[in-house]
Design a protein around this ligand. Structure first.
Ligand code: ADP
Ligand code: TYD
Length: 218
């Protein structure tokens, strides 16, 4: 089976990414893959510190500054963890990647006083530099209505979550709109239902073989 080597799961907060990543990691391991899971932002010492700053709901931050700090965290993860792991033959599952950066930092929350957010095209361009051209082979966007996902969140809201339901609804739309730009294969997964049902949909997407030409498979 020709399985993707670099998979990213993304989607709005509370949609079930962490739950599904654990299940997918187990299934890929059973299929014989040497799996490594990472989370963006995070997974490195610098990434963990940047994550604290980025998610601190007491901090106000310019949206471009925010975008660049998320990019920096990802660069550190790519150069110190992902490239060596891929070279060593590992299969990577990342909890979010560049797509989240494009989506969250280009979306307004109605409190910008008319100031523009960062354009998606600018963020994709910044991302190409920050990621040195590395993109997931497969990006899965877990999708469900915002009210259901947000009702699942517990604990104090972080800086993104505290932007509210309307912001998250715009983020959801932006995920669907920007997914085709990731550079690899992209699939939207219905994230409603029991964890096992969602995991089955994800496995179908992971094991789907890419059609390489117009007449292949016929
Ligand atoms: N399919 C599901 N149905 C109901 N609850 C779920 C499901 N998947 C995850 N959850 C619960 O919803 C919450 C958010 O899930 P999580 O995997 O942490 O999402 P994310 O990583 O996208 O924020 C957790 O409490 C988790 O146990
Ligand atoms: C990767 C990334 C995440 N984010 C946001 C999405 C989330 O709201 C938050 C952290 O993501 P996440 O790890 O999903 O948080 P949690 O611990 O709640 O599961 O950062 C961005 O705004 N830009 C980015 O580039």
């Amino acid at each position: 089976m020709n399985l993707p080597r670099f998979i990213s799961l993304d989607g709005i907060d509370g949609v079930g990414k962490s739950t599904q990543i654990a299940m997918l990691a187990e299934r890929l391991t059973q299929a014989g893959c040497d799996v490594m899971t990472v989370r963006d932002p995070g997974s490195t010492e610098i990434g963990a510190r940047l994550r604290e700053i980025l998610l601190d709901s007491d901090l106000r931050m310019n949206r471009l500054t925010e975008a660049m700090l998320f990019m920096a965290s990802r660069t550190e993860m790519i150069e110190t963890i992902l490239r060596p792991a891929l070279a060593a033959g590992k299969t990577i599952i990342s909890d979010r990647f560049l797509l989240a950066n494009v989506v969250y930092q280009s979306t307004g929350n109605g409190r910008e006083n008319g100031k523009p957010t960062v354009a998606p095209e600018t963020l994709w361009q910044m991302g190409r530099i920050a990621c040195g051209g590395l993109s997931p082979d497969l990006t899965l966007v877990l999708d469900m209505p915002v009210e259901i996902a947000m009702a699942r969140l517990d604990g104090p809201a972080d800086r993104m979550e505290s932007r509210g339901q309307e912001y998250m609804a715009n983020v959801r739309e932006a995920f669907l709109r920007e997914l085709p730009q990731t550079g690899g294969r992209g699939e939207v997964i219905d994230a409603q239902g029991a964890p096992d049902e969602v995991a089955e949909r994800i496995w179908t997407a992971v094991t789907a073989q890419k059609v390489s030409g117009l007449f292949s498979g016929s």
